[in-house]
Every structure is written in structure tokens, then in C-alpha cells.
Design a protein around this ligand. Structure first.
Ligand code: X2X
Length: 349
């Protein structure tokens, strides 16, 4: 008998008055402590995306180390919110979602400071991301999440979002003119793409793939690991430009009530497992695209995709064109936080 069924039948017998106390069936420890048989975890993409593999690792470590007291089931596709990934954060707060690994982009409609990571050309490399998440800016953001009612546990990474399309190689903002791009659900993305002369349209990841397949949109932006695992070359994406304009970290969180229902020892386990799974996820997100390890780029070239790398002058043209958006959104994010981030990036090792 499954634990949940056991619990139900025990309760049923007791309610029907057929069971005299003490109960004949042992009550599982988790039931006494108010634990549930299963907890849900929301993510936009599951395994084998690095994001999903991070979630899988988190669930495995927790199950093992709590001896099955805490069982977590992955719900990829933001399915707990009907695929609308921009509603994920609200659903965590409301308790529809127990645990989540979410992109800073998808939660930015509720927590405006998360647009920090979407400021165009703020972070030049992976060390810059680490300088933010591992420094004062990261602590400030975790504090904001905490005060907004969730329990933040660890950082992960989706990655640097590169530009892809079905029409032509993009080397200058002018090359983007007239092209339709699917963008994610934060208004800053609409403004960045509009500033570059393109036609952006906002949609969920679930809607993006059919839109690319039918040609309703010409292009999109996502980390290269999303490109390879989702096989975006099969939906016409034949041109990739490595512009590294933004990167989205992931954040591991728990619903506060769920968190409070666990013993302090179990909370420690869940938190430590999130940190470990986050490290694993970041490693996977960067494999093949960092330093001398270019395996993912070679893999994509091998699919018949043309990869354009920008030199500094070319990248600067995109930076200049999007500077008004950077400035406007720095206000939204908070000048102090942006200044801290810039200082941390300047001082990175
Ligand atoms: O929707 C996207 O592009 C994705 C999968 O990268 C996010 O959830 C931010």
C-alpha cells in the first residue's frame, strides 16, 4: 500500500468510528509531523536541460537525505500555472507551488529588481554573473525575495541568452530591422528589441516553439543549451549571434508555509541540497561554452547553423543602441542596486 493510501484508509477508519484508539495501523512519521506525501516543484524546462537536471538533482538529494520524508515531483513546462511562466512567482507565494527553480526573468514582473540581470550588456562574462549572485547585490535580491514571502535557498543558472533567427546572420542592429522575435515575459525585452529596430512579441516558452516552427516569428533569444536540447535548428533557426547581452540566473525557492512545516534538520537538508544542485546546474549550463571548452558551439555548427561572433566594436553598436533602455530600467531596478552590481563587476577577479 502506498503511504498516502495508508494514511487515507487510517483516517477513513477512524472517522467511521471503526477503529478504537490506539489505532491499529502505525501512523507514518511524516503524517504526525504534518508532512505531505509529495511536494511539487515548478520549472520551465525539465531534464535533460541543465535547468531540469538541477531540479532532478535537488529532488534526489532531498529524498535520499531525508530518508523519503520529503518527496519532490518535478513539474516542467510551468505546468502548475498552465504554462504561463510569468505567473509562477505568485503561485509560489499563494501555495499552489511548493518549490520552484525559476528564472529571474520570469519572476521579474513581481520582483522588479530581478530586471538587474536583464539590463543589456551589464554582465560581460560568467565571472560577472558570479560577482553579482555571490556578492552584495545577490544578497540584497535574496533579501527582497524573503521579504516578499518566499524562502530563497540557492542560485542556479539558465545562461547567456544568444540571438537566433531563420533569416540571416546578424552583425549589426540594422540586420535586425523588420525581423520578428519571440521574447520572454518582461517588458524590458520588448523595449530592448524595439530599440534595435526589430519587432518583438512576448510569449511563453510553450508558445515559442510552435511560433518558430510555423514562421509566425523569425527568431528568439535563449541560452545555447536551450538551443541544443530543444533542437531549435529543426524549427528554422539557422543563424546564431553570440552577443551575450543578458544572462538569467535561476533561483531555488520554497513556499514559506511548506518550509515552516518541516523540522529544522530537514530544512537544513533541503537548503544544502539546493546549494549543491545549484552548483551542478551552473556547471552544466556553462559546459561547452566557456573559455577553451567550445564543444557546444562546435555541436551547433555541426547542425548546419551559422554562428556569428561579434568583436568589441560590433558589440558596442548593440550596447549603444540599447543604452536608453539600460538607463530607464536602472531606475526600475534601483540605482543603488545597479551601482553595487557595476562595482562588483568592475572588481571581479
Ligand atoms: O522562456 C524562456 O525563454 C526560458 C525557457 O529561457 C525561460 O523560462 C526564461
Amino acid at each position: 500500500m502506498k503511504r498516502r493510501d495508508l494514511l487515507k484508509s487510517t483516517v477513513g477508519l477512524a472517522a467511521a468510528g471503526t477503529l478504537s484508539a490506539p489505532m491499529l495501523l502505525p501512523t507514518p512519521a511524516y503524517a504526525q509531523a504534518g508532512y505531505r506525501a509529495e511536494y511539487n516543484m515548478s520549472l520551465v524546462v525539465g531534464p535533460p536541460f541543465p535547468w531540469g537536471l538541477g531540479g532532478q538533482r535537488w529532488a534526489e538529494l532531498v529524498r535520499e537525505r531525508t530518508q523519503g520524508r520529503i518527496n519532490i515531483k518535478l513539474h516542467p513546462g510551468a505546468s502548475l500555472v498552465g504554462g504561463d511562466q510569468t505567473r509562477e512567482f505568485t503561485a509560489i507565494r499563494q501555495g499552489v507551488i511548493d518549490l520552484a527553480i525559476g528564472s529571474t526573468i520570469n519572476w521579474s514582473p513581481q520582483i522588479r529588481a530581478l530586471n538587474l540581470f536583464s539590463l543589456p550588456f551589464l554582465m560581460p562574462d560568467h565571472r560577472a554573473i558570479d560577482a553579482l549572485t555571490g556578492g552584495e547585490a545577490g544578497r540584497d535580491i535574496m533579501g527582497l525575495l524573503e521579504r516578499s514571502g518566499v524562502v530563497p535557498l540557492a542560485w542556479g543558472e539558465n545562461g547567456f541568452r544568444e540571438l537566433t533567427n531563420s533569416k540571416r546572420a546578424i552583425r549589426t542592429p540594422a540586420d535586425m530591422r523588420g525581423l520578428k522575435f519571440r521574447v520572454v515575459g518582461s517588458p524590458i525585452f520588448l523595449e530592448v528589441f524595439t530599440a534595435l529596430g526589430a519587432n518583438p512579441t512576448q510569449m511563453s516558452w510553450a508558445d515559442a516553439q510552435p511560433a518558430l516552427a510555423t514562421g509566425a516569428v523569425d527568431g528568439q533569444e535563449n541560452p545555447l543549451t536551450i538551443f541544443t536540447v530543444a533542437r531549435l535548428h529543426t524549427v528554422g533557426q539557422k543563424f546564431v549571434t553570440l552577443w551575450g547581452y543578458v544572462a538569467d540566473p535561476l533561483i531555488f525557492v520554497a513556499n514559506r508555509e511548506v518550509w515552516n512545516s518541516w523540522s529544522p534538520a530537514d530544512r537544513d537538508i533541503v537548503r544544502a541540497a539546493a546549494v549543491e544542485a545549484g552548483r551542478h546546474n551552473i556547471q552544466l549550463a556553462r559546459a561547452g561554452i566557456t573559455g577553451s571548452d567550445r564543444a557546444v558551439l562546435e555541436q551547433i555548427r555541426g547542425l548546419g547553423v551559422e554562428i556569428t561572433e561579434l568583436n568589441d566594436a560590433q558589440r558596442n553598436a548593440f550596447r549603444e543602441a540599447t543604452k536608453p533602455v539600460f538607463d530607464k530600467w536602472s531606475e526600475q531596478v534601483g540605482r543603488d542596486l545597479v551601482a553595487k552590481a557595476q562595482a562588483a563587476i568592475a572588481a571581479r577577479g
